[in-house]
Design a protein around this ligand. Structure first.
Ligand code: CA
Ligand code: CA
Ligand code: CA
Length: 482
């Protein structure tokens, strides 16, 4: 074994050891001492999210809330209740403020407050529907930032750009490595010589025969931000929002969001980089995850509501946490009721499907497969899994905060994080092609047209792959009635 290969394998081992423990906390997280543990999950220190009873009749809506449409507005009665809490629990509560993005009230606790005990007490108040910690979610990548492959030596196995039938083969430089889109049994990891299994792909060229997507499509990417300066996302990224720093600048300071966005909708057939699933969709970057890879549920909920309020058709959520939480579920319900398709990663190594993916009523939960259509070993399992897509060593746009001027590089990465945007891109393609479908119909079609690739071991719907691996050909091609 040569030394390069040895280092590469050691790298993979370290990557997976780290991935088993999602708490690969960055220095930033350690330094800020973010919270204690409830059920093993970290939450924002000194904060409780409170939802007041809807029965408390609103007496006055603020202009701010009415300008924001259907988001529940701050109302005078709720403000009074916030004041009541501040007085009644003054030994534990420092202040209460309305969180305009979620409609919840954020309680700031005194230092060393027992958050779990305070939540229990607040829930006993007749006018409090829920009081919960503001949990952290984590990005669903299994390879830590900084572990990135070198630029590969190009193999001579690129499919022809003209092809039999109606399938479309784009001319992007790295399309040849994207077994996820079109698997010819090609080498997909040049450093290792690993090759795929013919047909273990989402049948993208056959799907693109019917549509390559509409520029009207907006995919909101709730993540670490997106680098709109990357060559394969240039011209794609519309105005979003940064909920971590409360500013309109939603640029990426991690790399995860840029990678996920590129899988869903990279500039395609432009001769460089990779091919995206929905070629012409635009990306709305909603930064809810800090450079550490962690983000609070309240920020993610804010991002989900923002997307629904600002015209997103699809929301890609390659993030999640182990705890259910009303603030997150309410946001998913709200976006779903606005007609948005919410596509969520099932999570890695939890081992159960995490949240928001596990909200069956509102979210499409996506598991990961590899280049042989096998369930990826890290991919969470459970009855909430709806569909699977490749997420084991897949190619995407590389953005590194350590090399912000390098806007033309690519790499592989793994995780249900990167299975998710294949399904999000598929949803955007289907909406482009059949805009009359409802979000519930879109979600059903994605499930019902998937391939039951594990039917020998797990026939039918199962807890590993749901209905099966995504198939763009059967999703998009018209049915022939005989
Ligand atoms: Ca490209
Ligand atoms: Ca589900
Ligand atoms: Ca099955």
């Amino acid at each position: 074994m040569n030394s390069k290969k040895f280092i590469f394998i050691i790298g993979i081992v370290i990557a997976f050891l780290l991935a088993v423990h999602p708490g690969f906390a960055s220095d930033e997280l350690k330094a800020s001492d973010n919270g204690k543990l409830i059920n093993g999950q970290e939450y924002v220190k000194n904060r409780v999210l409170v939802k007041f009873s809807e029965d408390e009749t609103p007496t006055a809506e603020t202009t701010e809330s009415s300008a924001r449409g259907r988001i529940p507005g701050r109302n005078a009665r709720h403000n009074q209740l916030a004041t009541v809490l501040s007085h009644r629990y003054r030994s534990e509560i420092k202040g209460v403020r309305y969180h305009k993005y979620t409609g919840y009230y954020m309680v700031e606790t005194q230092e060393n407050c027992d958050i779990a005990a305070l939540c229990r007490k607040l829930r006993l108040e007749p006018f409090v529907i829920d009081a919960s910690p503001d949990y952290y979610a984590v990005i669903d990548s299994t390879v830590p930032t900084g572990y990135e492959s070198s630029k590969p030596v190009l193999a001579a196995s690129c499919p022809a750009s003209t092809a039999p039938g109606t399938a479309i083969y784009p001319d992007d430089e790295y399309f040849q490595y994207q077994y996820a889109l079109y698997n010819t049994g090609q080498v997909y990891l040049p450093e290792t010589g690993l090759s795929g299994t013919t047909g273990s792909d989402i049948k993208a060229p056959a799907g693109w025969a019917w549509t390559t997507g509409s520029e009207d499509m907006i995919i909101a990417v709730i993540d670490s931000g997106v680098s709109g300066d990357h060559e394969d996302l240039a011209g794609k990224v519309i105005q979003g929002y940064n909920f971590v720093n409360d500013t309109p600048d939603a640029s990426d300071d991690h790399g995860h969001g840029t990678f996920a966005a590129s899988i869903a909708a990279a500039n395609t057939n432009n001769g460089v980089g990779i091919a995206g699933v929905c070629w012409h969709a635009r990306i709305m970057p909603l930064k809810t995850m800090a450079a550490s890879g962690y983000g609070s549920y309240s920020n993610i909920a804010a991002g989900i509501r923002y997307a629904a309020e600002h015209g997103a058709h699809v929301i890609n959520l390659s993030v999640g946490g182990r705890n259910p939480s009303p603030v997150l579920e309410d946001a998913c319900k709200y976006a779903y009721e606005q007609g948005v398709v919410l596509v969520c990663s099932a999570g890695n190594y939890s081992p159960n499907v995490h949240y928001p993916a596990a909200y069956d009523d509102y979210c499409l939960a996506v598991a990961a497969t590899g280049a042989d259509d096998q369930h990826a070993p890290f991919s969470n399992t459970g009855p909430e899994v709806d569909v699977a897509a490749p997420g084991y060593f897949v190619w995407g746009a590389r953005f590194s905060p350590y090399e912000p001027d390098n806007l033309s590089s690519y790499r592989w990465d793994s995780g249900t994080s990167f299975a998710c945007p294949y399904a999000a891109g598929a949803a955007a393609l289907l909406i482009s092609y059949k805009p009359f479908l409802t979000n519930a119909q879109i979600m059903s079609l994605i499930k019902y047209t998937a391939d039951d690739v594990n039917q020998d071991e797990d026939p039918g719907v199962d807890e590993f792959l749901g209905y099966g691996r995504l198939n763009l050909r059967t999703l998009l091609e018209p049915y022939e009635l005989n």
